[in-house]
Design a protein. Structure first.
Length: 336
């Protein structure tokens, strides 16, 4: 008995699917007929023959199992069954139209541009990974990129010159700003490869108190982080050089002109000393400080609902939702 009931249920479902398949192509005709209640006018509005509308009406009535319109003089009139069905037809068509509008809006990303302001250290891997993932879905999207220090990036964001900013430390959320963390990476002491500290497994801040220090200038995220590390240690570093990018800082350290605190450099030039570059080379050593890390994140301006450009919104949503996973490899590499 249970098996028989299941078979009957399956047969009913198949009948419903068949009825729905027959009705779906006829919905626009039925909706227009319900509005005009006139076969000729409906045919003209839809750009089809009057006979096409009449046949569609006959097929729809057969699929439903009851008459949907009856003749009334020179026009037609909805039957009670049709008046019951019509609101559902209109709702179904509205849902399909909403889906089409969404697809069309997202396809306009091809012609859009996303403005991103980012710190120099994110130009090698972090930002390229995010853009690559986004362009895999929206290959025609354009990007306008601006590099600079953390303060400059956030100023561009505040001024409306950028849609998003990648910074470290992450800008705190405020009245007109939202932020989301993406990943955390360690900061390490970078020293010349022949420096005595290069052989240590861990360096204390007291070990570099008298060392010449190479640092980024004021306004850079790494400068604010290193300043905080030394404040915690209770002394100021002896600054030998200030630079505007971490590659130059690493180069100066590689020449033995001082030490520095930087995020992991991966396979950047100079990590492995070579005969053709003389005595140039640097080594990273873990730093014994609870503040020796940086939190990387993305920030964006708060806008009125619906006012954010579609390209910027879609890129922001991808970065916030998938960024931590996409960038997890950077964290693993940094920990190695």
């Amino acid at each position: 008995m249970l098996l028989l009931g299941e078979e009957k249920g399956k047969a009913a479902m198949e009948a419903d699917r068949k009825q729905l398949a027959q009705l779906l192509p006829l919905l626009p005709v039925l909706a227009e007929l319900g509005r005009t209640e006139h076969v000729t006018e409906t045919a003209e509005l839809l750009g089809v023959l009057q006979s096409t509308v009449s046949r569609a009406l006959a097929r729809a009535s057969a699929a439903v199992g009851t008459e949907l319109l009856v003749r009334d003089g020179r026009g037609v009139r909805l039957t009670p069954a049709a008046r019951t069905l019509l609101p559902y037809i209109e709702q179904a068509l509205a849902e399909v139209q909403a889906g089409l509008d969404l697809v069309r809006n997202e396809s306009q990303v091809v012609r859009g541009t996303v403005a991103v302001s980012f710190q120099h250290t994110f130009g090698e891997a972090t930002l390229p990974l995010l853009i690559s993932a986004f362009r895999a879905r929206h290959p025609g999207t354009g990007f306008r990129l601006s590099q600079g220090g953390r303060d400059a990036c956030l100023e561009e964001l505040s001024a409306g010159e950028a849609d998003l900013a990648l910074t470290a430390p992450v800008a705190p959320s405020g009245k007109n700003l939202d932020s989301a963390p993406l990943y955390r990476e360690p900061l390490r002491l970078v020293v010349h490869h022949a420096h005595p500290l290069a052989r240590l497994r861990m360096v204390r801040l007291a070990d570099i108190r008298t060392e010449p220090f190479v640092v980024l200038g004021p306004g850079y995220g790494l400068r604010s982080l290193t300043d905080a590390i030394f404040r915690e240690a209770g002394y100021r570093p002896r600054i030998a050089f200030e630079s505007q990018d971490s590659h130059t800082v690493r180069g100066l350290v590689s020449a033995g002109l001082g030490v520095s605190i930087l995020p992991p450099g991966g396979d950047a030039p100079g990590r492995n000393p070579r005969p053709e570059t003389g005595d140039l080379g640097w080594v990273e050593v873990p730093l014994d400080s609870p503040l020796a890390f940086r939190e990387v994140g993305v920030s964006w301006r708060r806008r009125k609902p619906g006012s954010e450009p579609v390209p910027a919104r879609l890129f922001r949503e991808l970065v916030v939702a998938q960024g931590p996973g996409l960038l997890s490899g950077l964290v693993t590499r940094a920990a190695g």
